[in-house]
Design a protein around this ligand. Sequence first.
Ligand SMILES: *Cc1c(COP(=O)(O)O)cnc(C)c1O
Ligand SMILES: [Zn+2]
Length: 417
Amino acid sequence: MKKDDKAWLQCINCQAVYPLSYRGYICRECGDLLDVVLDLDRVDTRSWSIFKDRPKGVWRYRELIPVDSSKKVTLNEGGTPLIECSRLSKWVGLKKIYIKFEGANPTGSFKDRGMTVAVTKAVELKVKGVICASTGNTAASLAAYAARAGLPCITVIPQDAALGKVFQALAHGAVLVKVRGSFDQALRIVFSEAEEIGYYILNSVNAWRLEGQKTLGYELAEELGGEYSVFVPVGNCGNIAAIWKGLTELKNLGLIENTPKMFGVQAEGAAPFAKMVRENRDILDPIKDPQTIASAIRIGKPVNWKKALRAIRESRGDAVIVSDMEIREAQAAIARLEGLGVEPASAASVAGAKKMVEEGRISPDEVIVCICTGHLLKDPNPELFKPKALIEIEPGKQKLTHELSKLNILQLETTTH
Ligand SMILES: *Cc1c(COP(=O)(O)O)cnc(C)c1O
Ligand SMILES: [Zn+2]
């Protein structure tokens, strides 16, 4: 690496430094994670003004993303709606809740923010193909961006991956490998065989993914003044670390004064990270057989836990554990009180906030942002929702008005409005 480089890769443990052309995704010296590091003194971005006139989205911030943006592989990801939710705020018991609706991304999850940058990097590195292990959304996103770039793509998923996500990977032409086992086992297969296959790994262990996802932090900072906290569902621990990276860069550039606290939310049956944080330990204890309805965070051995721990400690945040029942209730509340459709993992953010209010760990006066990471249609499970009313009609034989009045529906509506 040359001294005058504006950016480089750096090991989070031994600080070893690699040029941006480094094709690996872990440190050659010690095997730990790498960070993309920008020399902020050499970034000529001291005010918001250069961003303001550009379209919203990941590439609005191109000076802060050290890949060649003239060759970007993009589907116009990012720039997702930030939605104030007053009815949901009451349900949770907080002054104000915003939902950052990442389901509005091109393939329906925040993974697209990472993939636009990481697949651009993959093309720059002239890789022959791309591969990932995935609970589903990474596969859906990678398949789409690989299609856009014309790159061969292999996705390795556990057998119980959510239907909508598998359908997307298929539609975009990825090779689909179903592992009779967990996500963690799928990832182990990718780690051990990707090199032999000759494909580039695009799991979130790849720092270029987080480099795109950090724009979630940029957007929050641009959209929200004042004090707020951020609630993030945590699986492989990449996204919470990426959001924090974005926010810290802005602070160090002098573009924001204060940074929010970061709260990580995990599901009871898959909470190795949250347990470590709650017990104030420094080493993650993986779990063998993670269980939760929130398939996107059904992970027992999160790869990026060290980066996420740093995010929570540096921001003076915390972690919280919620049950599947609490996740289901939150998903229904978001859908029915606000009209927003999010998948179970995404609803964990809201469930986590509610739990912390109930436990008295945050004050009802707080303003919070819940990162709702993926779209409702990703994981269509009619069993999760009790229909308000389900009526079947034989045309010509039954009258709708009659059926409605039998169920007292019209009456109910007039008394409740
Ligand atoms: C990937 C994903 C997560 C978890 O993000 P990590 O970076 O793995 O912690 C949460 N929700 C959804 C919908 C996801 O796709
Ligand atoms: Zn190292």
